[in-house]
Design a protein around this ligand. Structure first.
Ligand code: CP3
Length: 336
C-alpha cells in the first residue's frame, strides 16, 4: 500500500480533501487488544519493551484506520533516568519529588540512546512496519516539572507554584535541564524516523498569563527552534488564554482542547498554524448523531484554518466504547 502522508500534508499547510485523523491516547485501556497485553505486563514493562510497545502502537492503526501512529510510551519515561523514582498506579507517582536547589542540582541531563534505548528500539520496529507517519512525543518542560515537583498529579499544583514564586532561579534551572533533555530526546526520535513530534503541555493552563509568558513559554520556544527535520505540534491544554503569546511560536501545529472553537483559535493565533483538534472526548460517550455533529463542526471550522488535523481535545477516556471511536474515524474519513 502507498504511504499515507495526509498528516504531513496538513502540517505543511497543503490542501487536503479531508483532514487527517488520529486521536490522543488512541492506544490504551478502552481497547480490548490493549487490555489483553496489559494483563501480562505492567505499564512500565510495556513502555520498556520495544516489541510490545510496537505492538500496542499498531493496535489502533489496524483497528481504526487512523492516519497516524503515536509512539506508545509516557511523558515521564525520559525523566526517570534524570534521577526520579517513578511508578504508575495507573497515574504516575514519584517517590522523591524535586523540591530544593540540591534536588535540582542532583538531576542529570538525559542521554537519550543510552538511557531509554527501548524508545528508539520501538521506533526502529515501527518505521519498518507503518504506512502512516509515526508521531514521536515528549512532555513540555512545565508539565514534566509539575509531576517532578509535586510527585504526582495535583489539583492546586501548590508545590510547583511555590517554587516558581519563591525560588525562581531553582525553577529556571529545573526548566533548563528539562528543556535540554527534551531537545535531545525529541531530536533523536526524529533522527530515528518519527515524521512529526508533539509536545504535551497538559498543565500549562493553570498559570497566570504573565507567568506562562515569562517562565514557561521561552523554554517551549527554545525546543521548537532547536528541533530540525520534522514538523512540531505544541498542545497546551487550557491554553486559550495564552494564544496571543503562542502566536509567535515557530512550529507547524498547535493542538487545541475542546473549549475554544477552531475558528476563534485560528483568528487569535494569526491564521498561520495547522490546528489540531478538538472534539470533546466525552462526546464519544454520546449517540452517533451527537458524535457526527461535533465531528462535522470541527471539520467545517478546520477548513477555514491554515491547516487542520482532526483529533480530540484531550486523550480518549478508558471506558470509551470502541465502536463509537470507530464510527468517529469512519465519519471523518467519509468527508473527502
Ligand atoms: O496512545 C497514545 O496517546 C500514546 C501513549 C501515551 C500515554 N501517555 C500512555 C499511557 C501518551 C502520549 C501519554 C502522554 C501523557 N502521559 C500525558 C500527556 C497527555 C495527557 O493525557 O494530558 C500525561 C499528562 C501523562 C501522565 C500520565 N500517564 C497519567 C496522568 C497517567 C494515568 C492516566 C489514566 O488515565 O489513568 C498515565 C498512565 C498512562 N499513560 C496510561 C497510558 C495508556 C494508562 C496506563 C495503564 O495501562 O495502566
Amino acid at each position: 500500500m502507498a504511504f499515507n502522508d495526509l498528516l504531513l500534508k496538513a502540517l505543511h499547510k497543503e490542501k487536503t480533501g479531508r483532514p487527517p485523523v488520529w486521536l490522543m491516547r488512541q492506544a490504551g485501556r478502552y481497547m480490548p487488544e490493549y487490555r489483553a497485553v496489559r494483563e501480562k505486563v505492567s505499564f512500565l514493562e510495556l513502555c520498556k519493551n520495544p516489541e510490545l510497545a510496537c505492538e500496542v502502537t499498531l493496535q489502533p492503526v489496524d483497528a481504526l484506520g487512523v492516519d497516524a501512529a503515536i509512539l506508545f510510551s509516557d511523558i515521564l519515561i525520559p525523566v526517570e533516568p534524570m534521577g526520579v523514582n517513578l511508578s504508575f498506579n495507573p497515574a504516575p507517582l514519584i517517590s522523591n519529588p524535586v523540591r530544593t536547589a540540591a534536588d535540582v542540582n542532583a538531576l542529570r541531563l538525559l542521554e537519550p540512546e543510552k538511557d531509554v534505548p527501548f524508545v528508539y528500539g520501538a521506533i526502529d520496529l515501527l518505521v519498518k512496519k507503518l504506512n502512516v507517519p509515526l508521531i514521536g512525543f515528549s512532555g513540555a518542560p512545565f508539565t514534566l516539572a509539575c509531576y517532578m515537583v509535586e510527585g504526582a498529579g495535583s489539583k492546586s499544583f501548590l508545590e510547583v507554584r511555590k517554587m516558581m514564586l519563591n525560588s525562581p532561579d531553582v525553577f529556571r534551572e529545573l526548566m533548563e535541564k528539562l528543556t535540554d533533555s527534551t531537545i535531545a530526546y525529541l531530536q533523536k526520535q526524529i533522527d530515528r524516523g518519527c515524521a512529526a513530534v508533539q509536545i504535551f503541555d497538559t498543565w500549562a493552563g493553570i498559570l497566570p498569563q504573565e507567568d506562562y509568558e515569562k517562565a514557561v513559554f521561552p523554554h517551549v520556544e527554545r525546543i521548537t527552534k532547536s528541533l530540525k527535520n520534522a514538523p512540531v505540534i505544541y498542545f497546551a491544554k487550557d491554553g486559550a488564554a495564552y494564544f496571543g503569546t503562542m502566536k509567535s511560536l515557530s512550529c507547524a501545529g498547535i493542538g487545541l482542547d475542546w473549549k475554544t472553537g477552531i475558528k476563534e483559535a485560528d483568528e487569535k493565533l494569526g491564521h498561520k498554524f495547522c490546528l489540531q483538534g478538538n472534539m470533546d472526548p466525552a462526546a464519544l460517550f454520546a449517540g452517533r448523531q451527537a458524535i457526527k455533529h461535533y465531528a462535522e463542526t470541527a471539520v467545517e471550522e478546520g477548513r477555514q484554518a491554515a491547516g487542520h488535523i482532526f483529533n480530540l481535545g484531550h486523550g480518549i477516556m478508558p471506558k470509551t466504547p470502541v465502536e463509537n471511536v470507530k464510527y468517529l474515524v469512519d465519519t471523518i474519513k467519509g468527508m473527502a
